[in-house]
Design a protein around this ligand. Structure first.
Ligand code: EPZ
Length: 416
């Protein structure tokens, strides 16, 4: 099992490029099931979750391959319509094949994703939405068994903002009969990227990025080409890596407005941040105050940056209250940060972080989920001595060569 060993105390300086967004690539790769033929993508990140998606697409009868920097998906007619547990359990986003298979082939058998470290993460809103479009859904033996001769457009009101639910229903509605309106839809940029690709395939989707998305069903979609948008969560993580070490780091290939909520909180904490139209730079800073955050759907502070921001607050000169409103158990990193000497009091969905000038001290810690592992690496960058992060397969799901990017900025970090 790989470990990451970080030796703290190095200021990070220099420029680093943002890669393609995992959370845009996953739904877009599943959307290829809507159109037989060859789809071509650029800027797909090389991540474990992309490998898992390839494995599932291949199990469904498709061919996927890297061709230099291009990622090609060849969708063949009438693939198998079953997504097995042994693949789905590795990546909950596999549920995103439900909408495409159901609307294109009238049937889908997809394993229930099962639990996850950060929360129960139910899929009830996905299933209620499919039923609203006329699907018959049966849950048995741990599988979602869905059937629909032809989905029919309808208006769906999400009682909770759900990124995956919005994506699954947008894809299902693309080939349904008539108009579908998604109300209280999630507004994440990754949804806009998915809608852009669906429209390139010939779908008729408007309103993506707002809370009302209208999809006019069409009869057929054709394969297209697309460059995946930049990963705003990776960009935010790299910006915090520069900030927490007091260095000067420029993160390139990212539109600043995609991480505006993080930038404004870091400015409030005392960081000087400069932006251009596709980069964000943090200036050197030796002390910053504690600033509260509450995570919420886009454009507010993203839950996927909460753990990384907590590491920054753990070494601030003040207290901050971090409220997690999206997932019910996304404080798994708190106990591990405390092992490094952080002063954090977790309550349900709220954690009080008391920054202190005293340094964190390196120690062996354990990653529990993707973003928690990033938070522990960031804390290791400033902890005295050596921090060893175990179970970093979590990290590899969502960060491409993070240790190479950080070492290029001067970090002393290596994978064991
Ligand atoms: C997506 O997960 C992301 N994953 C997550 O990123 C991200 O944290 C999350 O959106 C929120 O932004 C991908 O895009 C692959 P949700 P998703 O449906 O779609 C509840 C990462 O680190 N809910 O928006 O699963 C749910 O329990 C990952 O990259 C229901 O109640 O998130 C949660 O409390 C982690 N019923 C809230 O909605 C449903 O049917 C938001 O979940 C669906 C969701």
């Amino acid at each position: 099992m790989d470990k990451m060993v970080v030796v703290g105390g190095q200021k990070l300086n220099g420029q680093v490029n943002t890669g393609g967004a995992k959370n845009a690539a996953l739904p877009i790769l599943f959307s290829t099931l809507l159109a037989e033929g060859e789809h071509v993508f650029r800027n797909v990140p090389r991540l474990k979750d992309i490998d898992s998606t390839s494995e599932l697409l291949q199990a469904l009868g498709c061919e996927t391959r890297w061709d230099g920097d291009l990622f090609r998906v060849l969708v063949k007619p009438a693939p198998s319509l079953e997504a097995h547990y042994d693949i789905v359990r590795k990546m909950r986003a596999s549920i995103l094949c439900l909408g495409p298979l159901l609307t294109k082939y009238g049937e889908a058998v997809v394993s229930m994703p099962g639990g996850c470290a950060i929360g129960t993460r139910p899929i009830d809103l996905h299933l209620e939405g499919m039923k609203a479009l006329g699907a018959e859904i049966v849950l048995e033996e741990g599988y979602v068994k869905a059937h629909a001769k032809k989905l029919k457009g309808n208006t769906i009101l999400f009682e909770v903002c759900t990124v995956g639910g919005t994506e699954n229903l947008m894809m299902a509605a693309a080939l349904a009969d008539g108009i579908t309106v998604l109300e209280n839809a999630a507004k994440e940029p990754e949804i806009v990227d998915l809608a852009e690709y669906l429209n390139k395939m010939g779908a008729k989707i408007s309103g993506a990025g707002t809370s009302v998305i209208t999809i006019e069903g069409v009869n057929k979609l054709k394969p297209a080409e697309h460059a995946i948008m930049a990963d705003r969560i990776e960009a935010g993580t790299l910006l915090i890596a520069g900030a927490i070490t007091g260095g000067e780091v420029t993160v390139n290939r990212i539109k600043p407005q995609l991480i505006e909520s993080l930038i404004s909180k870091m400015k409030e904490a005392g960081f000087k941040i400069a932006v251009s139209n596709d980069s964000v730079m943090v200036h050197p800073n030796t002390s910053w105050t504690g600033i509260d955050i509450t995570t919420a759907p886009f454009p507010l502070f993203p839950t996927d940056l909460q753990a990384q921001y907590m590491a920054l607050m753990a070494v601030s000169q003040g207290a901050s209250v971090i409220t997690e409103t999206v997932f019910e158990n996304r404080f798994m990193h708190v106990q591990e940060l405390i092992r490094l000497g952080a002063d954090i009091t977790p309550k349900t969905r709220v954690a009080v972080v008391r920054g202190h000038s005293g340094r964190l001290k390196g120690a062996p810690v354990m990653a529990t989920d993707l973003r928690a592992s990033a938070s522990l690496v960031l804390a290791g960058l400033v902890a005295d001595g050596e921090t060893t992060v175990s179970r970093i397969y979590h990290l590899d799901r969502g960060y491409e060569r993070l240790e190479e990017k950080l070492s290029s900025l001067g970090a002393r970090i290596k994978r064991m």
